[in-house]
Design a protein around this ligand. Structure first.
Ligand SMILES: C=CC1=C(C)c2cc3[nH]c(cc4nc(cc5[nH]c(cc1n2)c(C)c5CCC(=O)O)C(CCC(=O)O)=C4C)c(C)c3C=C
Ligand SMILES: [Fe+2]
Ligand SMILES: [Fe+2]
Length: 330
């Protein structure tokens, strides 16, 4: 009996993370990540010299310590949450479509690779593939990098599946509502801060000038969440974190904002990070630890970090809706 083919398969994509919280594993990860021209577009071979001569000699040790502080029994938080999302989405799609829909996980950098995920879907008989990068806001540095890496991974594949690609979902009503509900539920249990800071991962200002829509999509997400929550203008702000390198990044900066609010005597701030679909180093360490210390060092009061959407039921329902919307006719 020939096995029945699934109507389609889903390739869930995210950034990737080191294999271990050690300097050598972080060096391997950063070497691949920071060599991607979509991430750092500095002219070669000068960038090769800076990356290999300075950054990969100095950064991995410090960053490995930060990873070690958030590492779990299931590994890197980003990997363990991504695996849980993969399983939860797979169950939700089975319930929605009434049959097994293969869901593979792939990372742009490191493992599981695009090649591995592609092979897994092919072996499951997938002929139609939906690529769902878990980046709500489109950026060349993330979403387009998924596309590039997937295309590279499929070079050896003689018969490509039919493909569709989700570019972004920064204003999807279920995304906005899930973010707002995560704040509402948190505040119902822990009380409300004077301010809600929506801190997004940044990119260089120059990338925005060159046409990357990411910062404007982040601002639009923040406006929509504030509207959904009925916040007044002085009750929220959109800021950008995780600066890397010497040039100016999009502003306002998260750390500078928290410093200003601390000095102004803000008694309590609540912080969410809507660009991250899963908690990771940048939220659990930079936002929940470093920026908390920064705010309080400058005179700020209570600091509440509200987790990413991770495996919340409404987040999995959003992914299911994205899959349904983009697989019409398959
Ligand atoms: C959410 C979207 C992201 C955008 C946009 C983004 C752009 C971007 N990032 C760097 C440099 C680094 N980012 C690092 C970690 C990191 N970045 C994202 C997401 C986005 N990056 C995530 C989910 C993570 C965490 C990964 C994890 O393992 O938990 C790092 C590594 C850590 C460090 O060394 O500080 C770097 C470096 C650039 C240059 C950039 C845009 C040009
Ligand atoms: Fe990043
Ligand atoms: Fe960071």
């Amino acid at each position: 009996m020939p096995q029945q083919r699934p109507p389609f398969g889903v390739l869930l994509a995210n950034l990737g993370t080191p294999q271990a919280p050690t300097a050598s594993a972080v060096r391997r990860y950063l070497a691949e990540f920071l060599w991607d021209k979509r991430v750092v577009d500095a002219p070669r071979p000068l960038w090769w010299l800076i990356l290999n001569g300075i950054i990969l000699r100095t950064r991995p040790g410090r960053v490995a310590k930060a990873y070690a502080s958030v590492w779990t029994d299931e590994g890197s938080p980003l990997m363990s949450i991504s695996r849980q999302q993969q399983q939860a989405l797979s169950s939700a799609l089975k319930a929605e479509f009434g049959c097994d829909i293969p869901v593979a996980l792939a990372m742009t950098y490191g493992e599981p690779s695009m090649e591995q995920a592609g092979r897994e879907l092919r072996q499951a008989g997938v002929e139609n593939m939906l690529v769902l990068p878990l980046y709500p806001q489109y950026s060349a540095s993330t979403t387009a990098a998924v596309f590039d890496r997937l295309a590279k991974g499929l070079k050896a594949c003689p018969h490509l599946p039919q493909m569709r690609f989700v570019n972004e979902y920064h204003l999807h009503p279920q995304y906005i509502k899930a973010l707002a509900d995560s704040v509402r539920e948190y505040r119902a249990e822990h009380g409300s801060g004077d301010k809600l800071l929506m801190s997004f991962h940044g990119i260089p200002e120059r990338y925005e000038r060159q046409g990357d829509p990411y910062p404007s999509q982040c601002r639009a997400t923040a406006v929509a969440v504030a509207a959904e929550l009925g916040l007044a203008d002085d009750q929220w702000l959109c800021s950008f974190q995780s600066r890397f390198g010497r040039e100016e990044w999009v502003k306002p900066y998260t750390d500078a904002t928290l410093e200003e609010w601390g000095k102004a005597g803000v008694k309590r701030v609540d912080v969410i990070s809507p660009a991250f679909s899963a908690d990771c180093l940048e939220t659990l360490e930079e936002l929940d630890v470093e920026n908390r210390e920064h705010f309080q060092h400058h005179g700020g009061g209570d600091y509440h970090y509200i987790p990413c959407l991770n495996v919340r039921a409404d987040h999995i329902a959003l992914m299911t809706a994205l899959v349904k919307d983009h697989t019409q006719g398959w």
